[in-house]
Design a binder for this molecule. Structure first.
Ligand SMILES: NC(=O)c1ccc[n+]([C@@H]2O[C@H](COP(=O)([O-])OP(=O)(O)OC[C@H]3O[C@@H](n4cnc5c(N)ncnc54)[C@H](OP(=O)(O)O)[C@@H]3O)[C@@H](O)[C@H]2O)c1
Length: 481
């Protein structure tokens, strides 16, 4: 069977990759090659036992393998959310996100979130995962997202009024639809990622002998058996994914869809811009309804997307029109090594302010400061350690700032944790209460004399429209039940 080979010789020392569905098949072979090239690889699988076995096999073959196993079940939005939060809290970088996991032609099933199984596993779960990990991908740029689609996307059709397919379900029809979703999602994603240094590709691996056909029965199963000799091996099946992940030429966005390690044609359905936007909106709406509230059945609301957008600081609705310069001014900003905080710090440094970044992780802090300095040669950036979950750390951070800064013209209380599991801080307080409120309260009071003496001065507390969440869920429930 003809199969093109990824020719890139790129090494990946110091790079981190996440591969979903990597305990077997194409995902396993992708992870194996990335490990061989020196990457740190996170195997994101739903079955930890299978993942463990795959990890042992990989480490037996690749001596210095840097591997992490983390549970991810794409058929559960809660699991996707937990996985992403763990990555954001513990990994300093994500350079490669390979959305490879997939389920093929399974019988009609709904996920715990109430979505058709193939739609959620192959598209919606990866959609949420990608959006939640975007801050990490952005801060690690140049970085890449690869969505493993299929030739069968050519047969895909989306009836936006019948996403559940409860009466119209056919296993292969639902699979083709989900793979068309991969294409449309990537199309819209590329548009939204312009200028961020994050590129996105779709891949058609060809016909590959893997466990993908496990749900087929009867004639369909025996036909697959007969076609076995035509199929590629999983190693061959992984080549186009590897090409998109490694090829130096693809570091800047170059087309979208790849097959046999070359740019490939896409179906008319995958070219429709309006459908790409419609699918994006529908996916956001579904997440709004389903994350954290499985009982909620309303399909349309803008609320959750806003939360995602705020966290990412990526999709701007409005932009600051002031052209004020800040030469001679000092800004203290918390949680500035990534996301909204980093972007704020960068802009203020560009405008001439001296920027003090108060962050928990000093290594990430130094890297973020370096990044700003490399972009803005005249930038004055200083980093101090601040862990808002420790009142002692808040005090010593304030002491250090008061010692080194003769004025503070702007304090931006930006740091925050979002929907973490229940945990107490070292001061025995609920973590989100202390990090998002009490730590900043103390910091502000301790810095206040210096802020007052620098007047006119400003204090900005970054809140969220999330404060409306309880009310909204209550209203939705009241309407429906
Ligand atoms: N094989 C082909 O001919 C072919 C052709 C075109 C496209 N593709 C695409 O290639 C990708 C890889 O497929 P493959 O051929 O390597 O199939 P595979 O051997 O069946 O591997 C699929 C992987 O996805 C994982 N997965 C399934 N449901 C999941 C869930 N809910 N959460 C997390 N992981 C889940 C599986 O985990 P478990 O082991 O726990 O089930 C497995 O690791 C898929 O996106 C597929 O659609 C394959």
């Amino acid at each position: 069977m003809f199969s093109a080979k990824c020719k890139s010789k790129a090494r990946l020392e110091g790079r981190t990759a996440i591969v979903t569905g990597s305990n077997t098949g194409i995902g396993y072979e992708t992870a194996r090659e990335l490990l061989k090239r020196g990457a740190r690889v996170i195997l994101a699988n739903r079955d930890l036992e299978k993942s463990q076995k795959a990890g042992e096999m990989l480490c037996a073959e690749v001596p210095a393998c840097q591997l992490r196993l983390l549970r991810l079940d794409l058929a559960s939005l809660k699991s996707v959310h937990t996985f992403a939060m763990e990555i954001l809290a513990t990994e300093s970088n994500v350079h490669l996100l390979i959305n490879n996991a997939g389920v093929f032609a399974c019988p009609y099933t709904l996920t715990e979130d109430g979505n058709e199984m193939q739609f959620q596993t192959n598209h919606l779960g990866h959609f949420l995962l990608t959006l939640l990990l975007l801050p990490a991908l952005k801060v690690s740029a140049p970085s890449r997202i690869i969505n493993v689609s299929s030739k069968l996307h050519w047969f895909g059709k989306i009836d936006f009024d019948d996403m559940e397919m409860s009466k119209t379900y056919k296993p292969t029809k639902a699979y083709s639809r989900s793979k068309l979703c991969n294409m449309l999602f990537t199309k819209e994603l590329i548009k939204r990622l312009q200028g961020t240094g994050v590129v996105a590709y779709t891949v058609d691996p060809g016909m590959v002998a893997t466990e993908a056909t496990r749900h087929l029965k009867g004639t369909a199963a025996s036909m697959q058996k007969k076609m076995e000799f035509l199929k590629k091996s999983p190693v061959q099946g992984a080549q186009t994914t590897l090409h998109c992940a490694l090829s130096e030429k693809l570091a800047v966005q170059k087309g979208m869809h790849y097959s046999e390690c070359s740019s490939a044609a896409i179906s008319c359905g995958a070219k429709r811009k309006e459908d790409a936007m419609k699918l994006w909106k529908l996916s956001e709406d579904l997440l709004l309804c389903q994350v954290g509230s499985a009982a909620c059945v309303i399909r349309r609301n803008l609320f959750y997307p806003q939360i995602i957008q705020e966290r990412m600081g990526l999709f701007r609705n409005g932009s600051c029109t002031s052209d004020a310069k800040l030469d001679g001014k000092t800004v203290v900003i918390t949680g500035a090594n990534s996301g909204i905080g980093f972007e704020t710090a960068r802009e203020l440094a560009k405008r001439g302010a001296r920027v003090v970044m108060a962050n928990r992780n000093m290594e990430l802090s130094k890297r973020a400061a370096e990044k700003i300095r490399s972009e803005v040669p005249y930038a004055q950036v200083n980093v101090v350690q601040l862990n808002l979950a420790s009142l002692k750390s808040v005090e010593s951070c304030a002491d250090e700032i008061l010692r080194t800064e003769s004025q503070i013209n702007i304090l931006i209380n930006n740091a925050g944790v979002f929907m973490c599991p229940f945990m107490l801080t070292e001061d025995d307080l609920e973590t989100q209460f202390q990090t998002n409120h009490l730590g900043h309260f103390l910091l502000t009071l301790l810095l206040l004399p210096r802020i007052e003496s620098s007047a006119p001065a400003r204090i900005i507390n970054v809140s969220s429209s999330g404060y409306k969440c309880k009310l909204l869920i209550y209203q939705i429930r009241k309407k429906n039940f």
